[in-house]
Write a protein that binds this ligand. Structure first.
Ligand code: NOJ
Length: 552
C-alpha cells in the first residue's frame, strides 16, 4: 500500500538538496609529485568533478598539521600545510570551483588541536592552574602520587584517553584528555577564550568565501561535568557508542556552541552551512543537531551503518525522513567516507564494527563481484532520495576497499595504538587512479604514492571508465544528471510494496526499486527502465540490482 512521506520545510537553500563530493586532499591528485595530493592537484582536476555533475565539494583538512592523524591534528587553523600548498593555492582552488558553479565546504576540527599548536605548547610550559592549561582538559591524576589517569575513559583509537605530562621541573605531572591520539589534546569548550578563537577561525574562512564547514566530532566537544568513569558496552561503535549515555558524546552543552555559530554564519550572504559529524546511535538523537537554530545538516550515520537488508534499509529511510522532517531539516544520505570501509566492499561484509577495517589477515573477505553490484545498487537507490547526498572520492569509480595493504605502509593511528589488532582506515584512503597507463595511475607524474595502489586499480582508472558506457563512472553521471532533471533532491516520496526483499518507492512518475533478496524480482508489466545499476536483460530485476523505471 502506498504511503506518503513528506519532508518538512522545503526551502530554496542549496544545502537542502545538494550532492556534496568529499575530497580527501592527500589522495585526490598530486601536482607536486611528492606522493601526497595537494590543492593545485585538486584545482587541476575540477573539470572532471564538473563533468561528474556534483554541486559542492567538502575538503578534509589541509591546514598546518604534523599529520599524526592525516591532518585532523591542526597546529594552525589559519594556514595551509606546505604539504598541500599555500593559502594562495587555496584561494585559487576556491575561485576555480566557484567559477564552475561548485560550492566549497572546508573541514573544521574544533574538538582538539595538535599537540604542536602554540596554545598546547604554552599550556605545557605554563603549568598547573594557569589560564594556558585551562584551554585544554588538564587534570591531576588519581593514586597516591597522581600516577593513575583521572578516569578510565578509552581513546577511540585504542589505549587510554589520558596522557601524563612532564612538568617544567622534570617531575611527572598532570594528565591531559585526548579522545583520539595523544597528539590530539581536547579543548575545554567551557572556556571563553576557546569559544572566541573558533568564532574568529570561522570568520577567517568565511571571509575567504567558503560556503560552509563540515564540523569534526560535532558530538564530542562538551564532556559531562566531573568526568565520571565510563566503560563502553561490549562491541560499541567507537565513535558514538550504542548506548544512550556516554559522558563524552552528545552532551547537551554542545548545542549552545552551534546556536552561536548559526548566528555567526547567518551574518554572511549566500546560505553558508554547517554540517555536523555527529556519530549518534539513533536518528532521533542525530536530528537534535539540525534543529532550526543549530546546524544545517548532519551526517546520517545510522543510514551508513545499515546492513544490506531490505527491512533494515526501508526502516532507516522512513525513520530518517520522519526524524529530520520533524525538525524541518533535510535528511542527508551517505554511504562512504574516509573513516569507513568503502561501501562497495562493506555491503558484502559479514561483520564490521566501525573503525576496524579490513586487511590481509581478515577472514572471509567480501567477494568483489557481490560488493560492486551491491555498491552500485545502493547508490542508485540513494540518489533517488529527497535531501542532500554525500559521495566520497573514488566511489564514482566503484573503487573497492584496498584490503591487502602490507603492514609496513600503514599510517592510521588506530593501527599503532591497537598494536595491529585493528587495521583502521588506510584501506579507504588510497590515492585515486586517474589514468590506467600512467605512473601512480595519473595521481601524479612521478609514480610516488603515500599508500600503495593495488595493481588491479588500472581497470578502475577514470580514463578507462570514461569510455565504457557500463562503468560505475557512467552510472554515477547518469544518476546525477537524472536526479537533477527530476528535482529529486527536493520533495517527497511515496512508498511502494515490491515484496519483503525489496525497497521500493515512487518519486512523481518514476518508480525506484532495489532487490536485496536472493531471487530475481519481476518488474511490473509495461515497465520502461530508465536507469539500472548494472546491465541486465529481461523483465526481472536481478539480485543486488536497482532500477528507476516508468510505466506507460
Ligand atoms: C573524525 C574524522 O573524520 C577522523 O578521520 C578523525 O580521525 C577524527 N574525527 C579525529 O579528528
Amino acid at each position: 500500500m502506498a504511503q506518503l512521506e513528506q519532508i518538512a520545510a522545503p526551502g530554496s537553500e542549496w544545502w537542502r538538496s545538494a550532492v556534496i563530493y568529499q575530497i580527501y586532499p592527500r589522495s585526490f591528485a598530486d601536482a607536486s609529485g611528492d606522493g601526497i595530493g595537494d590543492l593545485p592537484g585538486i584545482t587541476s582536476r575540477l573539470d572532471s568533478l564538473k563533468d561528474l555533475g556534483i554541486d559542492a565539494i567538502w575538503l578534509s583538512p589541509f591546514m598546518t598539521s604534523p599529520q599524526h592523524d592525516a591532518g585532523y591534528d591542526v597546529a594552525d587553523y589559519r594556514d595551509v600545510d606546505p604539504l598541500f600548498g599555500t593559502l594562495a593555492d587555496f584561494d585559487e582552488m576556491l575561485a576555480q570551483a566557484h567559477a564552475r558553479g561548485i560550492r566549497v565546504i572546508v573541514d573544521l576540527v574544533p574538538n582538539h588541536s595538535s599537540d604542536q599548536h602554540p596554545w598546547f605548547q604554552e599550556a605545557l610550559k605554563a603549568g598547573p592552574g594557569s589560564p594556558e592549561r585551562a584551554r585544554y582538559v588538564f587534570r591531576d591524576g588519581r593514586g597516591k602520587n597522581g600516577e593513575l589517569p583521572p578516569n578510565n575513559w578509552e581513546s577511540v583509537f585504542g589505549g587510554g584517553m589520558w596522557e601524563r605530562v612532564v612538568e617544567a621541573d622534570g617531575t611527572p605531572g598532570q594528565w591531559y584528555l585526548h579522545i583520539f591520539d595523544a597528539t590530539q589534546p581536547d579543548f575545554d569548550w567551557t572556556n571563553e577564550e576557546v569559544k572566541e578563537e573558533f568564532r574568529s577561525i570561522l570568520r577567517f574562512w568565511l571571509d575567504r568565501g567558503v560556503d560552509g564547514f563540515r564540523v569534526d566530532v560535532a558530538h564530542g566537544m562538551v564532556k559531562e561535568a566531573g568526568l565520571p568513569d565510563y566503560a563502553p558496552v561490549a562491541d560499541a561503535d567507537s565513535m558514538g557508542g550504542n548506548d544512550e549515555d556516554v559522558p563524552y558524546w552528545g552532551q547537551d552543552g554542545v548545542h549552545d556552541i552551534y546556536r552561536d555559530w548559526h548566528q555567526l554564519l547567518a551574518e554572511y550572504d549566500g546560505d553558508r552551512a554547517l554540517c555536523g559529524e555527529a556519530w549518534l546511535p539513533t536518528l532521533k538523537q542525530t536530528a537534535l543537531w539540525v534543529r532550526p537554530d543549530e546546524m544545517h545538516q548532519t551526517f546520517n550515520f545510522p543510514y551508513l551503518m545499515t546492513a544490506w537488508d531490505a527491512k533494515a534499509l526501508g526502516d532507516v529511510i522512513r525513520e530518517s525522513l520522519d526524524e529530520f522532517g520533524k525538525v524541518g531539516a533535510p535528511s542527508t544520505w551517505v554511504l562512504s567516507n574516509h573513516d569507513t570501509v568503502r561501501h562497495t566492499t562493506r555491503l558484502a561484509a559479514t561483520r564490521l564494527p566501525h573503525g576496524e577495517g579490513i586487511g590481509p589477515k581478515t577472514p572471509n573477505k567480501p567477494a568483489p563481484e557481490i560488493s560492486l553490484a551491491r555498491g552500485r545498487a545502493a547508490t542508485t537507490l540513494m540518489l533517488a532520495l529527497p535531501g542532500s547526498a554525500y559521495l566520497y572520492q573514488g566511489e564514482e569509480l566503484g573503487l573497492p576497499e584496498a584490503m591487502e595493504i602490507p603492514d609496513e605502509f600503514r599510517q592510521d593511528p588506530t593501527w599503532f595504538r591497537t598494536e595491529g589488532k585493528r587495521y583502521g582506515r588506510d584501506g579507504c584512503r588510497v590515492p585515486l587512479p586517474w589514468e590506467a597507463d600512467a605512473p601512480a595511475f595519473g595521481f601524479n607524474d612521478t609514480g610516488l604514492s603515500w599508500l600503495p595502489q593495488p595493481a588491479e586499480w588500472a581497470e578502475y582508472a577514470r580514463d578507462a571508465e570514461s569510455s565504457d558506457p557500463t562503468s560505475t563512472l557512467a552510472l554515477y553521471k547518469e544518476l546525477l544528471a537524472a536526479r537533477r532533471e527530476h528535482g529529486f533532491g527536493n520533495g517527497s516520496l511515496i512508498w511502494e510494496d515490491a515484496g519483503k526483499d525489496a525497497v521500493a518507492f515512487r518519486r512523481g512518475d518514476v518508480h525506484v526499486v532495489a532487490n536485496l533478496g536472493t531471487k530475481p524480482l519481476p518488474l511490473p508489466a509495461g515497465a520502461t527502465v530508465i536507469l539500472k545499476s548494472q546491465p541486465f536483460d529481461g523483465d526481472a530485476l536481478p539480485v543486488d540490482t536497482a532500477v528507476w523505471y516508468t510505466t506507460a
